[in-house]
Write a protein that binds this ligand. Structure first.
Ligand code: SF4
Length: 497
């Protein structure tokens, strides 16, 4: 391995590959910020990077096989580089690194650095040690030293930022490995969150998504006990912050004051991603999810009464150990009653280290799980289509995210309720850039998105003007500016909430 820092003449380059959830995306932005702070620059071509950092997820199915498969490819690349007299630094961080520990370096000794979920801030030191020792350096801490949000960040999207308000989780959901890997819940002081958000707004960010495994228990560990509703209201006073979103709330801890704060704070968007997991009380009990169907539906009813335009999205697991046909029908009944705008559905599969993985004698036949999953997907798609149909004929204000990946004539944006809406590309007469606000009339709908006519009015924002300046300097806008509430790579089991 060559020097971990860059020289003035030849900056070393990096590429970060993120697996899993929004928390990992947030941490990857910090990892990139740390690397930039010590002189690295983002590689234009990731395959040509001098350093590759894999930010791993332990929740995704077969996560370890995927990691070791990727590391096998990287070994080939590293060997080829060495034959050319160059090197490739390989770093493995995140949840799977925390879970597997020394195993990563034993199975893939060509890795240079392994770090866990609590010590991202040590990355420069670990790189320096690996460089000096020419051996894999493994460092895993049991507790968090520095809140990751306090670390420098290099955001992937100009107008939007992930802001972590708490880390860890005090719950014990039977299917979830997160508490074992991220530790007990720790909230970040309100002043720290506000300071970060004000700094982001000064840096042209107009939308933030607050992140926590359970945002509704935010603040219970803080002196003075500023709670989540107080935080939302405080963010309402940040000048220039146009949109605030959050994920994930927990139905058990969701208190009425949060709904009041959402309804009364104009920049808090009318969207609730409320993980259901199951509509059966029996299964919820087995999952150790301490709410029941009645409480969930009551929360939905109160949300709709107070915030009529709110969209509701969710996560659902099919085939949890012991789930019967009647349990599944209870889930379908909730899906039909709530009519979710979108639902991320997962077929249960055991995760090593979780309590549910031990319930082998209660596993549901995989064919039956697949059958239930298809029935659920059908309902979910129908409700999603209907939710987007209801937008037809309405004017929606879109925060523009960028051009389509496949059709430069089509751009995309998100309405306040987080519906994805496509619209025609900007024109010389009606120009806009990613981060601007465009009002357009929805003309048609499909499952998961709607299609609008040309922008009728445009409100320029600090983010849009910054994107315009960047475009003038040659930057190409991308479609990556869309915050999603469950990672598209996570199709088998939810991560948060
Ligand atoms: S599913 Fe969410 S609330 Fe439950 S243990 Fe995992 S992170 Fe915590």
């Amino acid at each position: 391995m060559t020097s971990p820092t860059a020289t003035a003449t030849a900056p070393r380059t990096y590429a970060v590959r993120t697996f899993g959830c929004q928390m990992n995306e947030h941490d990857s932005e910090r990892a990139a910020g740390i690397l930039e702070a010590v002189g690295y620059r983002r590689a234009v071509d990731p395959m040509d990077a001098d350093l590759v950092l894999l930010n791993t997820c332990a929740v995704r199915e077969n996560a370890d096989e995927r990691l070791y498969g990727t590391l096998g490819h990287l070994k080939g690349l590293k060997d080829a580089r060495r034959a050319e007299g160059r090197d490739l630094t390989i770093v493995v961080g995140g949840c799977l690194a925390q879970k597997d520990g020394d195993t990563v370096a034993e199975r893939a000794p060509w890795v240079d650095v392994v770090y866990g979920t609590h010590n991202l801030g040590h990355l420069p030191d670990l790189l320096a040690r690996a460089d000096a020792d020419h051996l894999p350096v493994v460092e895993l801490l049991e507790t968090l030293e520095v809140f990751p949000s306090a670390l420098p960040a290099q955001r992937g999207v100009r107008h939007h930022a992930w802001v972590s308000i708490s880390v860890g989780c005090d719950n014990t959901c039977a299917f979830c490995i997160v508490p074992a890997l991220r530790g007990p819940e720790r909230s970040r002081p309100v002043e720290d969150v506000l300071a970060e958000v004000r700094g982001l707004v000064a840096d042209d960010v107009v939308e933030v998504t607050l992140l926590g495994q359970n945002v509704n228990s935010y603040g219970r560990d803080l002196a003075g006990r500023a709670l989540f509703a107080d935080l939302l209201r405080a963010l309402g006073d940040v000048d220039g912050l146009l949109r605030v979103r959050f994920t994930s709330p927990h139905p058990r801890d969701f208190t009425p004051d949060v709904l009041d704060a959402m309804a009364e704070t104009p920049n808090v968007m009318p969207h609730l991603h409320l993980p259901l997991q199951s509509g059966s009380d029996r299964v919820l009990r087995a999952m150790r999810r301490s709410y029941r169907q009645e409480r969930y539906l009551d929360l939905v009813e109160r949300t709709r009464a107070l915030i009529p335009d709110a969209s509701l999205t969710t996560d659902i697991i099919v085939g949890f150990p012991g789930e019967t046909e009647d349990d599944f029908l209870a889930t379908l009944a909730v899906v039909d009653e709530v009519r979710f705008d979108q639902a991320f559905t997962f077929q249960y599969s055991p995760r090593p280290g979780t309590d549910a993985a031990e319930l082998v004698d209660r596993f549901v036949d995989p064919d039956e799980v697949a059958h239930r999953y298809r029935r659920l997907e059908e309902r979910v798609r129908a409700h999603s289509h209907a939710a987007h149909e209801r937008l037809v004929g309405r004017d929606v204000e879109l925060l523009v995210t960028g051009p389509s990946r496949t059709d430069p004539g089509t751009w995309s944006g998100r309405d306040p309720a987080n519906h994805l809406v496509h619209l025609p590309a900007p024109t010389p007469e009606r120009g806009f850039h990613p981060g601007d606000l465009a009002v357009a009339t929805v003309r048609s709908a499909a499952t998961g998105y709607a299609v609008a006519g040309p922008a009728r009015t445009v409100t320029r924002t600090a983010a849009g003007r910054a994107a315009e300046r960047a475009a003038a300097d040659g930057a190409v806008p991308t479609a990556s500016g869309t915050p999603t509430f469950v990672s598209p790579t996570l199709r088998r089991l939810p991560v948060v909430g």
